[in-house]
Design a protein around this ligand. Structure first.
Ligand code: MN
Length: 489
């Protein structure tokens, strides 16, 4: 089993995702999670960017993580100076290598960047840093020149080289040819940095490893400029499961790190994203779920537990008897054959109307059919919300929790946010619940339309969905949240 190193660039290339900017504390939190995950290198940022960036890199470098802490640097002395000042272990020195990059950045020729590149490597080595020397836009450069750059960097003391597919135009075949030659001609370890412009970042990275690369640059959730970088979770899992390659990554942390990065960057993971997407281990169709319950390998290439997740069965018009039974069991209900048929019929009716069934819907249907009367532990007694042009949206709420009245107030970015914050405060003594998702749909047109709110709430590792429908958007939201809370507790 060949092993390769993982160079994580979530905090540098990943942070260059349009619209993403992380605070010092957020970067430190992500670095902690990456270190726990077991990546070999954490590229903490680009020190020259700003003072805030330097503070973040310094804190990460001082923390004493197992991973090597790196900063990005151009072939400029001032970039390397600030990186040294932040106390990093290494620098990732990136040198333009294609003529189009060389011309547009320096208005000079190849000889100029070669000279500057070597100077930078020597300078960083003189200051005791580990040096990874990257050729930017190497996939569109004259390959002979890239090899010359790498050879010279190695002779100047660089510890590793990195072939950067800056605009994501490599293919597995081209990657194989490139690394076969690099392995022959470059004596120091080689790394690869891929972008996903054509959806090939993962496979190109793995083909590099199969042909001699020692290290892969990747980001959590495949964040990064434009279409993003190679996704760490895909490279690690596909590498191990499909190509018999090994890394030091602790796979069971993958999902948690993905969720943390999504939360802190504000970039949602697509539901159909490999490994970490919401639907990656969710099953709806009756035929699938029936088989899955018997033997999960029928429709799952790996188990969700492997990457720290749980399987989810959802119900809709494709629901089958087996999945309904499984969900009823989870709810602690037992239904006879007739009751089960009736529950299934009602679920399919709702599914046929094009509706997503929430967990609360299924529970309500089951309780109605099984004639179970359940008292809600949390009831809404009163709600007041004020918002206006020069007002901070404020909400006060009176809840009845287990027969006791609890009054709380909250503020928020908008009236719905304020109301939900007030409810969260009111229930904080019985449960720590977080709102994971919030969708609003207007069922009919017009300002008097019925609006439907769908929420996804989490308590620990349990997730439920619940719905509220009203003409009043705030009430619909609160209703959905209260219903979800009752399901969770
Ligand atoms: Mn990049």
């Amino acid at each position: 089993m060949k092993e390769f190193r993982v160079f994580d660039t979530t905090l540098r290339d990943g942070e260059q995702t349009p619209g993403v900017s992380l605070s010092v504390e957020q970067k430190l939190l992500i670095a902690e999670a990456l270190d726990r995950l077991g990546v070999d290198v954490i590229e903490a940022g680009s020190a020259i960017t700003s003072e805030g960036e330097q503070e973040a890199i310094r804190k990460i470098a001082e923390h004493g993580f197992n991973a090597e802490i790196s900063s990005f640097a151009r072939i400029l002395r001032k970039d390397i100076d600030v990186a040294i000042d932040c106390g990093v272990d290494s620098v990732f020195i990136v040198c333009p290598s294609s003529d189009i990059h060389i011309r547009s950045k320096f208005k000079k020729g190849r000889e100029y960047v070669l000279e500057k590149g070597i100077e930078s490597v020597e300078y960083a080595k003189d200051h005791g840093l580990i040096v990874e020397f990257g050729a930017e836009d190497a996939s569109r450069a004259d390959f002979d020149f890239v090899v010359k750059l790498f050879k010279s960097a190695g002779e100047a003391g660089a510890d590793r080289v990195c072939f950067c597919d800056t605009v994501g135009v490599l293919t597995p075949q081209k990657t194989s040819e490139i690394y076969t030659r690099l392995q022959d001609e470059i004596p120091i370890p080689a790394s690869i940095h891929c972008h996903d412009d054509f959806g090939l970042a993962t496979i190109n990275s793995l083909y590099a490893v199969l042909n001699g690369a020692d290290q892969v640059h990747a980001t959590i959730n495949g964040l990064g400029e434009r279409a993003g970088n190679a996704s760490l979770e895909e490279v690690v899992m596909a590498g191990e499961i499909l190509f018999d390659l090994k890394t030091g990554v602790d796979k069971q942390h993958l999902y948690n790190v993905s969720r943390l990065v999504s939360k802190l960057t504000g970039v949602m993971v697509a539901p159909n994203k490999a490994i970490v997407g919401d639907n990656a281990f969710t099953h709806e169709s009756g035929i699938h779920t029936h088989a899955i319950i018997r033997d999960s390998s029928t429709y799952e290439p790996i188990t969700p537990e492997m990457v720290g997740r749980k399987r989810r069965l959802v119900l809709g018009k494709h629901a089958g008897r087996a999945s309904v039974e499984a969900i009823l069991k989870e709810l602690g209900y037992r239904a006879d054959k007739e009751e089960l048929e009736e529950i299934l019929k009602r679920i399919k009716e709702i599914g046929d109307r094009g509706k997503r069934l929430t967990d609360a819907d299924v529970q309500t249907i089951a309780e109605t059919v099984l004639e179970i009367k359940k008292e809600s532990r949390v009831k809404l007694e009163d709600l007041n919300v004020v918002s206006g042009k020069n007002l901070m949206p404020t909400a006060s709420v009176k809840l009845n929790i287990d027969g006791k009245e609890v009054v709380e107030a909250g503020i928020g970015l908008g009236p719905v946010d304020a109301a939900i914050n007030a409810i969260k405060k009111a229930i904080k003594n019985i449960a720590d619940i977080s709102l994971e998702e919030y969708h609003v749909d207007s069922i009919t047109g017009g300002t008097d339309a019925l609006v439907e709110v769908l929420v996804k709430l989490r308590k620990g590792d349990r997730i439920v969905t619940a719905r509220g429908a009203r003409t009043d958007i705030i009430m619909a939201s609160v209703e959905a949240v209260v219903e979800g809370i009752n399901r969770l507790i």
